[in-house]
Design a protein around this ligand. Structure first.
Ligand SMILES: [Zn+2]
Length: 243
């Protein structure tokens, strides 16, 4: 019996099949990467910090690890040398707004101003990456990121490092969650610490030292753009109010 050579798609189905990846690329948010390679992207928000960020850069260099920093324009503006040092070490630098606004709750003209001012403060080191503060995003703010040409980067795991915790607890949580293709949300500075004790980033830096000791022989720590190149980016609909 003759077999059909191919299954014919209706024009509407063919259109949706074509649109889905494009739609995900344009309106999705990168959460992780499907990969078989042992690679992880550590991401650090809200910096740079004059004390903790240099310590972190030293630690990353010691383990030949690269990371992605989502900087606040207002913090980057006064620390140009530190931002240049990050870029020279091969880390990726992304936009995290100028003053750490809640995107969905902010009028459009002010969102544009925040994105623009931060982009200017990060130039010429900024890349086409954006992370909305508090992970808050509406359809409108996602569209703004698209208009500015940004890939929006979320995360696949975090260790609640905005709450004060001992270093071994932070390390334990990190080691329990990391897997190939993870994007980890961390902070080398807290823009608005709810818990004043958590502003001390010492325990996090100590936790990262423990984690690197455990993982550096098996995992490679890469930037988000490098991570994307190792597999299939998983972009998800990420629309939720800022926490
Ligand atoms: Zn933030």
């Amino acid at each position: 019996m003759a077999q059909p050579q191919s299954i014919q798609l209706s024009p509407a189905r063919a259109f949706w099949r074509w649109l889905a990846p494009v739609g995900r690329r344009l309106f999705g948010t990168l959460a992780r990467v499907d990969t078989t390679e042992p690679v992880v992207a550590l991401t650090f928000d809200d910096g740079p910090h004059p004390v903790y960020t240099p310590q972190l850069l030293d630690l990353l260099a010691q383990y030949q690890a690269r990371a992605t920093f989502f900087l606040l324009g207002r913090h980057a503006a006064g620390q140009r040398d530190l931002v240049a040092r990050m870029a020279a070490a091969g880390h990726a630098i992304g936009n995290h707004t100028f003053t750490h606004i809640r995107m969905p709750q902010t009028p459009r003209w002010q969102r544009w101003r925040e994105l623009w001012l931060a982009r200017r403060a990060l130039a010429p080191f900024g890349s086409a990456l954006f992370r909305p503060p508090y992970g808050g995003q509406s359809y409108g703010s996602r569209l703004d990121a698209l208009l500015f040409g940004y890939e929006v980067v979320g995360w696949s795991c975090h260790i609640e490092d905005w709450v004060a915790q001992p270093a071994d607890r932070l390390a334990e949580r990190l080691l329990a969650q990391i897997q190939p293709g993870s994007i980890v949300l961390l902070h080398d500075r807290l823009a608005n610490p709810r818990d004043p004790a958590a502003a001390d980033r010492g325990p996090l830096i100590e936790a990262l030292t423990i984690a690197f000791d455990h993982l550096h022989a098996t995992y490679r720590f890469v930037t988000v753009p490098e991570l994307i190149r190792t597999g299939t980016p998983v972009r998800v609909p990420w629309f939720r109010p800022a926490l």
